[in-house]
Each structure stands twice: as C-alpha cells, then as structure tokens.
Design a protein around this ligand. Sequence first.
Ligand code: GTP
Ligand code: ZN
Length: 202
Amino acid sequence: MDYVDSCQLPTPWAVFTLHAFVSPDTGKEHVALTLGNVADGQPVLARVHSECLTGDALFSQRCDCGAQLETALQVIAKEGRGMLLYLRQEGRGIGLVNKIRAYQLQDQGADTVEANVQLGFPADMRRYDICKPMLAHFGVSELRLMTNNPKKVNALTQAGINVVERLPLQVNRNRYNEGYLQTKAAKLGHWFATHAPVDEQE
Ligand SMILES: Nc1nc2c(ncn2[C@@H]2O[C@H](COP(=O)(O)OP(=O)(O)OP(=O)(O)O)[C@@H](O)[C@H]2O)c(=O)[nH]1
Ligand SMILES: [Zn+2]
C-alpha cells in the first residue's frame, strides 16, 4: 500500500485530514480520515468502512451504510480523535455493477447472501489485510472499532491489528432495510440488539 498525499477535509462535524493511498496490487485508491493525534500510542477510535456508493452517496435506504458513515464521523468528531478507513471494496468486494445485479435479484425475493451466491460470488469477498499498512503509516496498532460485524473483527485480528474494544454502530434501521439487517444477523453473524427500534420515518 503506497501513501501518496494528504489534505484538509472540512466536514459538518470537524476538519479531518484526508490521506490518499494506492494499492500497487490492485490499483485501487483508498483513503483514510484522521482527527487529532492518532500516533500517541493510545488505542484509536476507528471505523473501517467499505465503499457503498448507493448508501454513502445516493441516500439509499436499502442498507445502513450511509448512516453508519455519518455517525462514525460524528462520534470521532465528538471524541476529537480517531480515524476512518474508507476501503474501495464496493458491494462486499463484488463491485458496483454486480451489487446492482444482486439488488435486482433481491427485488425478486432473494436475500443479500442468496443474491451473491446466485451470481457466483461468495457472500463476502472483502479483504482487510490492506488496513495493516495504512495503520502502520500512522503508527497505529490498537483500535477501538465501531462495527457490528464479527468477521471484520476476526479478519483485522488475523491481519495483525489489535482490536482492543468493539463498539456497536446501530443506526438507520428502517422498513426498507429490515430484511437486510435480519439476514446480516442470521447468515453473516452480525451482532444486533434485538430490541433496536424500527425508524418508521419515510
Ligand atoms: N453484495 C452486496 N453488498 C452489499 C449489499 N448491501 C450492502 N453491501 C455492501 O456491504 C458493504 C457494507 O460494509 P460495512 O459498512 O463495512 O458493513 P458490515 O461489514 O456489514 O459491518 P458493520 O461494520 O457492522 O457496518 C459495502 O461494501 C456495501 O456496498 C448487498 O445487498 N449485496
Ligand atoms: Zn450500503
């Protein structure tokens, strides 16, 4: 993973620093946002977020990605210190066009895992080993990670990253993503509080 350059990134919640990386293996461009001094040796409040163009940029309510991204940045801003790795592995690694094909199958009744399988992909193709060199660039080795995904915690741990604490990130449960979140819990093992309220707003 090659570090390229950094700039200021003002957001509604804080002025982050945005850092650009390029993977020589895949040519993919990944970014990290940091706030405060993350290189002081203390565990860092962090979100490892995989790209979801539909949720992160186009306001899709099919998933919880956009709300998780926004909330993670807000929580980091409130703490005044932390980082977000934005990994360009759209659609759990199958890419945008294939994710749209998977959504079409879901419109016909498949769940999020069945749709991937029908297209010939595993349920989740994401790689987290790319995080290690990104974190090493900042001198970060211990994370307090915001996630509901146990496989993400395991994969990061296997990649040599020390997840010292797991913080839940449950936001934007709505009538459109209820089934998606249920499948995540049933088939992908996500931790969700069963009593989480459904947001009935449009
Ligand atoms: N293939 C496929 N990918 C999806 C679907 N819905 C969302 N995604 C992708 O799933 C990924 C979501 O990743 P994260 O936000 O890291 O979420 P997570 O791994 O489920 O776990 P959390 O850390 O708890 O959010 C993104 O890459 C989305 O593009 C779907 O129905 N099919
Ligand atoms: Zn999404």
